[in-house]
Design a protein around this ligand. Structure first.
Ligand code: SF4
Ligand code: F3S
Ligand code: FES
Length: 258
C-alpha cells in the first residue's frame, strides 16, 4: 500500500494568513511604438497548489488583461510556457509558487524573438533548426509497405528512442546555453538531441558521414563547450550531457576517418 502523502500547506506569513505574493514581470511590447522594457509588480494571494500558470492567469483576469504569456497544455507537455523564473529558465505551468520566495521575478526567455512580455517565438527558431538538421525520418526503405500496420522494433531500442523523443521543444536548454548566445546558428542541445534520436533509429537512412556534414562544425556539435546548463535546466530530464558526449565522440571519429 502506498504511504499517505503529506498534505501540501500554503506557506503562511507570521499572522497565519496565506502569503501575499509579489509577481515581478519584465514587460515590453516591441509591437507598440514607445514601449521600453520595465519591471511591473503584481500582488496576489497565494492559494493551495498554486502554479505560476494559475498566478499569471489570475493576474490577467483580475488585474491586467494586457499581460502577455503563453500556455496551451498546463501539464508540461506543449513546451509553450517556458520563461525565466527567478533567474533560471523553466516551465511556468510546472512551477509551484510555494517553492519560491514571496517575490518571484519572471522574464521572457532570452535568445528567442520577443513577441511581448513573457511570450517569445520559439517556433520560428525550432523550425529553422529542424530544417537545417532535416530533423525528420529519412526512410532507409524507399518503398515501405504502407499496408502494414506496424513495423517491429526491438523494445529496448524503441525505449531508447522514446526517451529522446520526450523533448517538448520548450527552449530552456537554448536559453540557458552560453554558446547559443554567441553563435546565432548553433543547433543547441535540442538539435543535438534530435540528431541523437535519428542516429538511433534503424529506419533512418543517414550514417555518420551524413551527420558529420550536418553537425560536424562549430554551429553543431563542435561549438558545444560542455557548459551543461542544458542538462541542468531541461524540464523533461533528458540525458543531454550523455547524448552530447556520445555524439561528439562519434563525430570526432567520423572526422578522423574522413
Ligand atoms: Fe526543452 Fe529539454 Fe527539449 Fe531542450 S531538450 S527543448 S530543455 S525539453
Ligand atoms: Fe550549451 Fe549544453 Fe553545450 S549548455 S555549451 S549545449 S553542454
Ligand atoms: Fe504546456 Fe506549460 S503550458 S508545458
Amino acid at each position: 500500500m502506498n504511504a499517505p502523502q503529506p498534505i501540501q500547506v500554503v506557506p503562511r506569513n507570521g499572522n497565519g494568513e496565506p502569503r501575499r505574493l509579489q509577481i515581478k514581470v519584465l514587460r515590453h511590447n516591441p509591437q507598440l511604438a514607445g514601449s521600453v522594457p520595465h519591471w511591473q509588480t503584481y500582488e496576489i494571494e497565494e492559494a493551495h497548489g498554486m502554479t505560476l500558470f494559475i498566478a499569471l492567469t489570475e493576474i490577467r483576469e483580475k488585474q491586467d488583461p494586457s499581460l502577455q504569456f503563453d500556455f496551451v497544455c498546463r501539464a508540461g507537455i506543449c513546451g509553450s510556457c517556458a520563461m525565466v523564473i527567478d533567474g533560471k529558465p523553466g516551465l511556468a505551468c510546472r512551477t509551484l509558487t510555494k517553492d519560491h520566495g514571496r517575490t518571484i521575478t519572471l522574464a521572457p526567455l532570452p535568445f528567442f524573438e520577443l513577441i511581448g512580455d513573457l511570450s517569445v517565438n520559439t517556433g520560428q527558431w525550432m523550425r529553422a533548426m529542424s530544417e537545417r538538421l532535416q530533423g525528420w525520418l529519412q526512410m532507409r526503405d524507399e518503398s515501405p509497405d504502407i499496408g502494414r500496420i506496424e513495423q517491429p522494433m526491438d523494445p529496448d531500442l524503441a525505449d531508447k528512442i522514446y526517451e529522446l523523443d520526450r523533448c517538448i521543444e520548450c527552449g530552456c536548454c537554448v536559453a540557458g546555453c552560453g554558446t547559443a548566445r554567441m553563435r546565432e546558428d548553433f543547433v543547441g542541445a535540442v538539435g543535438m538531441n534530435r540528431v541523437a534520436r535519428f542516429r538511433l533509429d534503424p529506419r533512418d537512412a543517414r550514417d555518420d558521414a551524413d551527420w558529420y556534414d550536418i553537425i560536424g562544425d562549430d554551429d553543431g556539435v563542435f561549438g558545444c563547450m560542455s557548459l551543461l546548463a542544458c542538462h541542468d535546466l531541461c524540464p523533461k530530464d533528458l540525458p543531454l550531457a550523455t547524448q552530447i558526449a556520445f555524439l561528439r565522440r562519434a563525430m570526432v571519429r567520423q572526422g578522423v576517418q574522413a
